[in-house]
Write a protein that binds this ligand. Structure first.
Ligand code: MF3
Ligand code: CO
Length: 247
C-alpha cells in the first residue's frame, strides 16, 4: 500500500497523474477511423518519454507495449497492432500506466470511433457512472469493499454486467500493490481506507455476459459472447470527504 502524506511526495505523484491526463488528450485527438492501435501506442510512448516519464506496462510480466488498446468485445489487455485499424462505430478502451519520479499512475478511458450505436453509448456512459460511484466511496474511514459494492450497484442500476475476473488495486510506488479492489461485493469489508492511500479504481463493464476468456496471445481478454465491453480507470488519493482524482 502507498499512503502519501508528505507534500513533496504528493507533488511528484500528481505530476505522474498530469502526464497521463496529457497523454489521454493526445490519444483522444488521434482516435479516428483508419488509425491503427499500434499508431496510438507509438504516439503515447513518444509523449511519455518526451516528458521524462516511462511507460509502466511495457515489460511488465512481459507485456509488449505502452498502452492496452481493447477494441469492442475486448475487455482489457488488447495488444496494439498495425493490422487492428479503427472503424466508424467501434469503441476502444485505452489503458495506460506511467512511472515518473519513482511514482506510478494508471488510468483508462473508453472512446467512441465516429458514430456509435445507442447500446455502445449506454455502455460507455454506464461504465463512467460505475467509476464515479466507486470513487465517491473512496473516503477516509470507509472500507475497500464499499467501493466494490458501489460499482456493483451502479452496474445493476444501468442493466450492465461488471466483469469479475479482474480487479482494481493499490498503486503508487509500484504498478500493482495491495489492496485488491473487486468491482463487486458486500460493503463494509476489507482494509479501512486511510487518508493518503493511492488507489487505481477500474470497473470493466459488459453489455452481455460478465464472462471473459483470454486469447492465445496470453493477454487479450474478450467477452465470451462477443458483445461490447468498456473500461474506465482513475488513480485517486483517499481524502476525508471526496477523493482527489489525479488522472
Ligand atoms: N490497468 C491494468 C491493470 O492495472 C493494466 C495492466 S496491463 C499490464 O491491470 F500490461 F501492465 F499488465
Ligand atoms: Co490498473
Amino acid at each position: 500500500m502507498t499512503i502519501l502524506t508528505n507534500e513533496n511526495e504528493l507533488v511528484k505523484i500528481r505530476e505522474a497523474g498530469k502526464i497521463l491526463k496529457d497523454v489521454f488528450s493526445l490519444i483522444k485527438k488521434k482516435i479516428k477511423p483508419g488509425v491503427s492501435t499500434l499508431a496510438l501506442d507509438k504516439a503515447a510512448e513518444e509523449k511519455i518519454k518526451e516528458v521524462g516519464a516511462e511507460p509502466a506496462f511495457k515489460g511488465y510480466r512481459g507485456y509488449p507495449a505502452t498502452i492496452c488498446a481493447s477494441l469492442n468485445e475486448v475487455v482489457v489487455h488488447g495488444i496494439p497492432r498495425e493490422d487492428i485499424v479503427l472503424t466508424d462505430g467501434d469503441i476502444l478502451s485505452v489503458d495506460i500506466g506511467v512511472r515518473k519520479n519513482g511514482y506510478f499512475t494508471d488510468a483508462a478511458r473508453t472512446y467512441a470511433v465516429g458514430i456509435i450505436s445507442s447500446v455502445a453509448r449506454r455502455l460507455i456512459e454506464g461504465t463512467r457512472y460505475c467509476l464515479d460511484e466507486g470513487i465517491k466511496r473512496a473516503v477516509s474511514g470507509g472500507r475497500v469493499s464499499d467501493i466494490s459494492n458501489a460499482i456493483q450497484l451502479a452496474a445493476k442500476e444501468r442493466n450492465l454486467k461488471e466483469v469479475r475476473m479482474f480487479v482494481g488495486h493499490g498503486v503508487g510506488r509500484k504498478l500493482h500493490e495491495s489492496p485488491e479492489i473487486p468491482n463487486w461485493g458486500e460493503k463494509g469489508k476489507g482494509p479501512v481506507l486511510r487518508e493518503g492511500l493511492v488507489l487505481a479504481i477500474e470497473p470493466m463493464i459488459n453489455v452481455g455476459t460478465r464472462k471473459v476468456e483470454i486469447m492465445s496471445d496470453g493477454w487479450t481478454a474478450v467477452t465470451t459472447d462477443g458483445k461490447l465491453s468498456a473500461h474506465f480507470e482513475d488513480t485517486i488519493i483517499v481524502r476525508p470527504k471526496k477523493a482527489e482524482i489525479i488522472t
